[in-house]
Design a protein around this ligand. Structure first.
Ligand code: AMP
Length: 541
């Protein structure tokens, strides 16, 4: 027997319309140079309609891909709605990728139009001769800068001025593609993940639930995570769905810029990778800002070290919301929040739980599987590869032969090695390729890194495996000292610190002091670079 409920299509179009009707005066603030640009949802909704008309005039059709090469700002948000709601596919491009990978992605996605921030023009000008699919470029500003080599090229504001403020939004199917992002940090060419209206819609609900991040219309949300990194973790769609005030930092991502924006605009929720928050923490420990409005900091993309969670909460009263996700999951998979009966546990235990990656959000099913394909028990000890399924999980990469390797019996293989404890808390042990295999035992590089970073003189730490004649592999640690301790830090004190927790076999064979850990295009530690540089490193006997 079938249910008798509407077959209502979950598309993005009504989300913007709701914000326009219910919260027309709510602000969207963008940091632009020394000043701030302010727009309301009412104004934005009209501009989105103008933009859709302009795109149509440029020849963009349903299903066509539209690339964006832009920071987090309100024009980018307008594209987030105009493109999918007219039935085309938004494709935010990672600004930090090398030129050859960008060219690959743009041609693989077959982008027809590229929108580019004026400050980023030189990078696209350099690539343009290789971009055969692109028919138009649009500079996201008032005018086209003189002397640009892009052709044909238009100014965003001219296009909007010359277009109608109303647009007949089509009725879309919820399974139509809405947006795409390419994965970062993989070996080989990046792989495309194609989100549907339905997956984004449901992910918005998952993200906003009280036991996820508890987002509300009353919040002032500042996504620092770039809009090209898994669609800023889906926050732009959720903010509009709820009608929250939005604050965009533009290209201004230094700790001082962020602290000033939070203070001035009374931001209540922000989101980004740990490296960003380590920088802000160092600033807050030195200078005074009033960040009392900030009730939550969403931290994901890499592990949030326990000491960082404690430092924010104990020293600055800012609550860290640690989450795990992936481009392939839109990205939210787990959130690390205490269960009701864990609230009374001793403080150290509570923080230790919250440093884990967390429990699955409703909508996501997960399991850990050993090398033979058997599910491992939830004992908090046994390692397995994390596999997931759910309505906002990828079912196949876009036009990519490598897809088959990533799925098993309808589950997506994440490539993360985890334990799951009896309460269901997932703890990432490592990426499969980052584990150190020493004498038949697995050593978690992430565990070592997090512990070294808890040392008061240490700013960053990375651990890699280096070949060893007897043990197969042994860990080698890289340490970046905090600026005040660059001269005084010693290997001996790091080894002493490690010995307080780890058995001899887990302790790295050597420590190398470096100026900074190389970062990937989305700000995570890039251990590939260290592996290449130190592949012949001779460990001490
Ligand atoms: P990306 O698709 O670029 O967002 O990368 C996803 C990968 O980042 C995951 O497979 C994990 O390896 C890593 N990751 C994301 N969130 C966390 C977290 N909270 N702790 C540890 N690793 C994480």
């Amino acid at each position: 027997m079938q249910g008798l409920m509407m077959d209502y299509q979950l598309t993005l179009t009504p989300l913007l319309d709701r914000a326009r009707r219910l919260f027309p005066n709510k602000e969207i603030v963008t940091k632009a140079g020394p000043g701030l640009e302010r727009l309301t949802y009412g104004q934005m909704a009209e501009r989105v309609a103008r933009l859709a008309n302009a795109l149509e005039k440029l020849g963009v059709k349903r299903g066509d891909r539209v690339g964006t090469f832009a920071w987090n700002n309100v024009r980018h948000l307008e594209l987030y709605f105009a493109v999918p709601c007219m039935g085309s596919v938004l494709h935010p491009l990672n600004l930090r990728l090398p030129g050859d990978q960008l060219a690959y992605i743009i041609s693989h996605a077959d982008d027809q139009v590229i929108f580019v921030d004026p400050s980023l023009l030189p990078a696209i000008e350099k690539l343009a001769p290789h971009l055969k699919s692109v028919r138009h470029y649009v500079v996201m500003g008032d005018k086209v800068p003189e002397g640009t080599t892009l052709n044909p090229v238009h100014a965003y504001e001219d296009l909007l001025r010359n277009s109608s403020p109303t647009y007949p939004w089509p009725n879309l199917n919820e399974n139509d593609a809405a947006a795409m992002c390419y994965t970062s940090g993989t070996t080989g060419n990046p792989k495309g993940v194609l989100y549907s209206h339905r997956s984004i819609y449901l992910h918005c609900l998952g993200l906003s639930m009280t036991d996820s991040f508890g987002l509300s219309e009353k919040d002032v949300i500042m996504p620092v995570v770039p809009m090209f990194h898994v669609l800023a973790w889906g926050t732009p769609f959720a903010m509009v769905m709820l009608g929250s005030k939005i604050v965009f930092p533009g290209p201004h991502l230094q700790p001082r810029d962020l602290a000033e924006l939070i203070q001035a605009e009374h931001v209540t929720i922000t989101a980004g990778v740990p490296t960003l928050w380590l920088g802000l923490l160092a600033l807050l420990d030195k200078e005074r800002y009033d960040l009392s409005s900030l009730r939550g900091m969403i931290v994901g993309g890499a592990a949030a070290p326990q000491w960082m969670i404690e430092a924010y909460e104990k020293r600055h009263g800012i609550s860290v919301m640690h989450a795990w996700g992936m481009t392939e999951l839109s990205p939210l998979g787990t959130v690390s929040r205490l269960k009701s009966y864990q609230d009374t546990l001793p403080e150290t235990e509570r923080f230790a739980i919250r440093a884990k990656q967390g429990i699955s959000v409703p909508g996501i099913e997960l399991r850990a599987v050993d090398e033979t394909g058997k599910e491992v028990s939830w004992d908090g000890k046994t390692f397995g590869e994390l596999q997931v399924r759910g309505p906002w999980v990828i079912s196949s990469y876009y036009n990519d032969e490598r897809s088959a390797d990533s799925f098993m019996d309808g589950w997506f293989k994440t490539g993360d090695v985890v334990t799951i404890d009896p309460e269901g808390f997932v703890q990432i042990v490592d990426r499969t390729k980052d584990l150190v295999k020493s004498g038949g035992e697995w050593i978690s590089s992430q565990d070592l890194e997090n512990f070294i970073m808890a040392h008061p003189k240490v700013m960053e730490a990375a651990v890699i495996a280096v070949p060893h004649p007897k043990w197969q592999e042994r860990p080698l640690a890289f340490v970046v000292a905090k600026p005040d301790y660059k001269e005084s830090i010693t290997k001996g004190e790091i080894f002493d610190h490690l010995r307080t927790r780890f058995d001899k076999m887990y302790i790295p064979d050597d420590i190398v002091f470096i100026d900074s850990v190389p970062k990937t295009s989305v700000g995570k530690f890039d251990k590939k670079v260290l592996r290449v540089q130190y592949q012949d490193y001779k460990l001490p006997d």
